[in-house]
Design a protein around this ligand. Sequence first.
Ligand SMILES: [Zn+2]
Length: 153
Amino acid sequence: MLGRLARWLRALGFDTVYDERLSDHALVALARAEQRVLLTRDRHLLRELRPAAALEIQADAPLEQLRAVVRTLGLRPPTELFLRCLLCNTPLEPASAEERATLVPPASRDLPGPVRRCPGCGRVYWEGSHVRRMRAALDAALPGWRSGGGALE
Ligand SMILES: [Zn+2]
């Protein structure tokens, strides 16, 4: 339900578990065991299972949800964006020259910016149009956060 919010949080580098297969009870237990803040739209879950640390998400738009999380939890802008896999949450590693040559499409190979690879799922990230669109959307939602290192005072 909050999959897009999870991707935004990962883009900002925040360690974010998202697994639709987990039951409500398993979610609450995982959050408690790993000292995570449970983000949910499910008021019933909050009332019945009383997670130790939780935030109810009320907005519908993912970027509005992100703003609410950043504001409520007092999150700070990261020094750099896109250091964590959007799909599986694993910290990314720099791609080798060989990986760059074989995994990035020819049209994108000469783009400036880093190329990173996920050691978890193998996905490769570069500064293509998708990343640029995400930076622009982030700039509108959280001014100063797009390049990382910005201040939100
Ligand atoms: Zn991954």
